[in-house]
Design a protein around this ligand. Structure first.
Ligand code: ZN
Length: 325
């Protein structure tokens, strides 16, 4: 049964440290094992939002004293030297999210304009605070020294970013949980597309932050076949899907906000906490996702076996009976 976990304020107030628990090979790599039947745990809007809420109080008003760049690629196009020059002495003044991006706003003395540092977790990125005296993990790409602690960006598969380049933000569509993402706007954008609706939902210019997991989940909730061309959705289907997208994202954020995080925790099966969940926190996987990565298991609505199909090289999970339309 689903167990709700009360938010423990002391867990949210700071990350707890267990240096000896740092996994040598982060556990989330194991999720890619085909024998286990797992699919890559790629963070989407809810996971990033949970991380932003977790990091915000830990970084607020902290000043960057030194910058260590281990992998210059994540900063591109800035050089490590330019990046270091820009950030050294800057103070964290706000942390926000846009789509799947983390936006760190920093201020520097004698500079009127705030700096924006853009973070993206890619497939396996993690961001956390680590005591400065603890050696950096092997896959640390960047560490920002804040005095007693380092803010670490670690990435084992190298698709993540931590950059001063804000270009990617300009291409993003509306935030699905904000007021400007109206059902009319959504319907209009879908009406212009021949793409299967599942693939269209992944288009970050349509709406920002939805990926493979929540696209599958929202289509299941709305009872819409993933292969239906976007422009063939009826108006009632558009409305159902608009509501379903918002509901699955909101529920995932609410679920993630109840579980204490800890960078040294392992990537648990429920995927929400790929960046570290405190030891002993319960596994929400069974209850949280209804179709994603559940091929062959009964649909929670009708009992038919959930199917997996590949669309544009990505897995879609759906119920062939509930999602016929
Ligand atoms: Zn079903």
């Amino acid at each position: 049964m689903f167990r709700s976990v009360p938010v423990a304020p002391h867990f949210l107030a700071r990350t707890t440290f267990h240096a000896s628990r740092i996994p040598h090979q982060p556990r989330d790599l194991l999720l890619h094992s085909p024998e286990a039947g797992y699919f890559p745990a790629v963070p989407e809007l809810p996971e990033v939002e949970v991380l932003v809420r977790h990091l915000r109080p830990l970084l607020q008003d902290r000043t960057i004293r030194a910058v260590h760049v281990r992998r210059a690629k994540v900063l591109s196009p800035a050089s490590p030297h330019a990046f270091t020059q820009a950030l050294r002495g800057a103070r964290f003044c706000a942390l926000a999210r846009r789509g799947k991006y983390l936006l760190f706003k920093l201020r520097k003395a004698r500079r009127a304009e705030p700096l924006v540092l853009v973070g993206h977790l890619g497939m396996t990125g993690r961001m956390y605070l680590l005591p400065a005296k603890t050696p950096l993990p092997r896959h640390a790409a960047v560490a920002l020294n804040l005095g007693q602690e380092n803010f670490v960006f670690e990435d084992t598969r190298y698709f993540g970013r931590l950059t001063l380049d804000t270009c990617a933000l300009g291409k993003l569509g509306p935030e699905p949980l904000e007021a400007d993402f109206t059902v009319e706007r959504f319907g209009k954008a879908l009406g212009r597309s021949q793409q299967p609706i599942k693939l269209k939902l992944l288009d970050q210019s349509l709406l920002a932050g939805v990926g493979n997991i929540y696209a599958s989940e929202a289509l299941f909730r709305a009872g819409i076949a993933p292969t239906l061309p976007a422009r063939r959705l009826t108006w009632p289907q558009v409305k159902r899907l608009w509501r379903a997208v918002r509901a699955v994202l909101r529920e995932a954020i609410a679920c993630g906000s109840t579980v204490p995080l800890n960078y040294a925790g392992t990537g648990a099966r429920d995927r929400l906490f790929y960046f570290g969940r405190a030891p002993g926190a319960p596994d929400f996987y069974e209850e949280r996702l209804r179709v994603y990565d559940r091929a062959g298991r009964p649909c929670p609505a009708c009992g038919t076996a959930i199917r997996r199909r590949v669309q544009a090289a990505r897995s879609t999970f759906y119920c062939p009976r509930c999602q016929r339309a």
